[in-house]
Ligand binder design. Structure first.
Ligand SMILES: [Zn+2]
Ligand SMILES: [Zn+2]
Length: 257
């Protein structure tokens, strides 16, 4: 079993910190973990966020609290150190990158030839709207339109050619908002685009852990079925931000496949 989406950002960049994630993974019966960091942790990516910060004071405050804590070189150094170390399970290193269409070239330039095992692209903003921070931020917004723009951005992400996988492909559902139309057409198009690009989909238990009242576990079963029909690889993950959450509901996610 694999946990394909684990953030180490809350601790120091040391082997001892990584060992805590590995130890928990062993306890949980995993044979592979994929560690990744949010791209915004690294100051080099800051220009990507000018627009979303200008759009919302809340996002600007969040960015000032959370972003730019490291240089990309700090993480690459940690990866180099970890690769010279023997772990009892497979440990891979990558990035989770916020997708903005206008920054495709910028992202590619910053990430190419850096030796990452994988790059995961995620939609965290829909036309500058940070949809996954607080449910009250959705008040008065056009849910049908947000869903449509979310999936349009997802198709674009899949076509960009810069990512190996797409993060939590239906995270837009996390606070329980539903469009007035069926999502089958979007699921079909997304699956076709991912298949064409040879990308995997991240089957992630993080939203359910965070919002058990409104978010079902992992991907919607219809979306999962559509991805399987198109032979898209599915990788289970916890979106852990601390060692204790490594492996969270990975067995249940696997049982859904
Ligand atoms: Zn994410
Ligand atoms: Zn994540």
């Amino acid at each position: 079993m694999t946990d394909g989406h684990i953030h180490i950002e809350r601790g120091p960049y040391t082997l001892e910190w990584i060992d805590q994630f590995v130890n928990r993974a062993v306890e949980m019966g995993l044979d592979e973990i994929r560690l990744l960091e949010h791209n915004y942790i690294f100051e080099e990516f800051s220009p990507m966020y000018d627009s979303v910060r200008a759009y919302s004071e809340y996002v600007d405050a969040w960015f000032q609290r959370s972003a730019g804590k490291h240089k990309l070189a700090d993480y690459l150094e940690l990866i180099g150190l970890a690769r010279s170390h023997q772990f009892p399970i497979e440990v891979k290193f990558g990035l989770e990158i916020c997708y903005f269409k206008e920054f495709e070239g910028f992202i590619h330039e910053l990430t190419k030839d850096k030796g990452f095992d994988f790059l995961l692209g995620s939609i965290h903003f829909v036309d500058d709207f940070a949809f996954d921070h607080k449910p009250e931020h959705w008040a008065g917004l056009d849910v049908d339109r947000i869903y449509r723009r979310y999936f349009e951005a997802s198709f674009s992400l899949a076509r960009s050619g810069i990512f190996d996988g797409i993060g939590h492909p239906d995270a837009i559902k996390l606070f329980g908002h539903k469009p007035s139309y069926p999502l089958s057409g979007f699921y079909e198009s997304l699956a076709a685009e991912l298949a064409k690009s040879g990308m995997y989909a991240d089957h992630n238990s993080g939203a359910e852990r965070r919002c058990p009242e409104t978010a079902s576990l992992g991907m919607d079963t219809e979306l999962l079925g559509t991805l399987k029909k198109h032979n898209v690889t599915i990788i289970t993950s916890s979106d852990a931000h601390c060692p204790e959450d490594v492996g969270y509901k990975i067995r249940e996610l696997n049982n859904m496949l």
